[in-house]
Design a protein around this ligand. Structure first.
Ligand SMILES: Nc1nc2c(ncn2[C@@H]2O[C@H](COP(=O)(O)OP(=O)(O)OP(=O)(O)O)[C@@H](O)[C@H]2O)c(=O)[nH]1
Ligand SMILES: [K+]
Ligand SMILES: [Mg+2]
Length: 429
């Protein structure tokens, strides 16, 4: 891993704005790999894009992706140390502050959580991960202050890889930028995260790939494909990944890169808010322009402007669902809800997830759940595992009796379902 150098970062500090992009060349792991990657990138840039070359380009893309993956993945032989910072998870959700140096990440952590994280006018003040907790609407959100990252971070520059690995563990990311500097910050940061497989504010491509034992390759597009992806490109990419038998169903007009994301796996689809700090330095006109952009929250830590809006937006992005559990003939426990969040591409707020959070062993004994709240028509209503819960629902878990359990296991063995019991298989679907 490349040593931590601040000289390169200083290059960015002098020139307000555009300086970030300067430090393009860096030394960091995997010498031969970097050359091969550069070679493929060069070839791709020299290849004209048209119908004849689309297959070849698709194959190059897939190769490139595999090489980058080799570069980024920590070698398993090296003791298998986790690349992220070791900060224990706590609370109901985790939010990471990611951004270039000196945009005000630490100042924001202190303002929101009261945890002192050193803030200063020089870059790379923060050198490790500092956690704090936000108490909001009865739940605890862990906020992580992280060192600033620089261009090249994803390839091992500075602490970049550690920062990005930690960002991967977050439910959502707050990308912090300095509102007084130019807008290349967001593009460059997004690229760094993208390089390591974090897709911001995107949904997983709607494509299903079923690897089969035989039968060759079947391709079915349910929508017109207008980009650089088609039947042939699909085939070349699959070959590159040594997949020779598969059923592919494409339900969305995707690009070749998006298809590679699906094949390569390991991608994370994370929600992100762009937090523009230091708006106390802007004119009203400049502020007005920024505030109109999607996913943007303008703030000033100095003046304490708009921090409550930031919390509200965070809450919305996390799509928090609080479920109050209750025992039979008792009042619900309103102190300590089960909290479900939209987390890294996973947006299932069903009974099964809620039960899992109470205790894994309850899944075995689960018969049904009685639910009160806006997710059901009757109050209460008996529902199965796949029922989607709403924020502030109340849930009571009904367990199988011993007799029902014996019957259910017997039924399973003989292949019959037991009438009257909502067995897991039936309700899970
Ligand atoms: N004008 C203005 N300055 C701010 C604001 N918030 C923070 N700063 C200043 O910006 C500088 C950097 O703040 P930090 O909180 O250290 O920034 P950081 O992003 O944590 O920096 P690193 O840890 O070095 O990456 C400090 O001089 C802060 O006082 C703000 O709302 N307005
Ligand atoms: K700083
Ligand atoms: Mg800091």
């Amino acid at each position: 891993m490349a040593s931590f150098s601040s000289t390169s970062a200083k290059a960015g500090s002098g020139a307000a704005g555009g300086g970030w992009a300067k430090a393009k060349h860096f030394t960091g792991g995997g010498g031969g790999l970097l050359e091969r990657i550069a070679g493929i990138e060069l070839e791709m840039s020299r290849t004209q894009k048209n119908k004849q070359t689309s297959s070849h380009l698709g194959s190059l893309r897939a190769k490139l992706c595999q090489l980058k993956r080799e570069l980024l993945e920590p070698s398993t032989s090296g003791g298998g140390k986790q690349p992220g910072f070791e900060v224990q998870k706590m609370g109901d959700a985790r939010v990471g502050l990611v951004g270039f140096p000196s945009v005000g990440k630490s100042s924001l952590l202190t303002a929101l959580t009261g945890v002192a994280s050193e803030a200063a006018a020089y870059e790379f003040t923060t050198l490790t991960c500092i956690p704090g907790v936000i108490y909001y609407n009865d739940i605890k959100i862990q906020l992580l202050d992280l060192p600033g990252i620089v261009v090249g971070a994803s390839s091992g520059r500075g602490r970049g890889r550690q920062v990005i690995a930690t960002a991967k563990s977050c439910d959502i990311v707050l990308m912090c930028v300095d509102a007084t500097k130019d807008d290349s910050q967001i593009k460059l940061l997004t690229q760094e995260l993208d390089n390591i497989g974090i897709r911001l504010n995107k949904d997983p491509p709607k494509v299903s790939v079923n690897k089969t034992k035989g039968g060759g390759f079947r391709f079915n597009a349910l929508v017109p494909l207008t980009k650089d992806f088609d039947h042939e490109v699909c085939l070349t990419i699959l070959k590159q990944y040594k997949i020779h038998n598969a059923d592919v169903i494409v339900k969305e007009d995707i690009t070749a890169d998006e298809f590679i994301d699906v094949i390569d796996g390991n991608r994370m689809y994370v929600r992100c808010l762009y937090v523009y700090n230091k708006i106390d330095m802007l004119s009203v006109k400049e502020l007005d322009e920024i505030a109109r952009r999607p996913h943007v929250v303008p703030i000033s830590v100095y003046k304490n402007w708009n921090l409550d809006m930031l919390l509200r937006r965070m809450w919305q992005e996390l799509e928090i669902v609080r479920v109050y559990t209750k025992k039979k003939a008792m009042y619900p426990d309103f102190e300590d809800p089960v909290v479900l969040t939209a987390s890294r591409g996973n947006r299932t707020f069903n009974v099964e997830n809620a039960v899992l959070q109470v205790h894994k062993s309850l899944l075995e004994d689960f018969k049904c759940a009685l639910v009160w709240g806006t997710s059901v028509k009757q109050q209460p209503q008996a529902v199965g595992m796949s029922h989607d819960l709403h924020d502030e629902d109340v849930m009571q878990i009904v367990k199988l009796t011993h007799a029902e359990k014996v019957k259910a296991t017997h039924g399973k063995k003989t292949g019959k379902t037991v009438a009257g019991t909502n067995t897991k298989d039936e309700t899970k679907k």
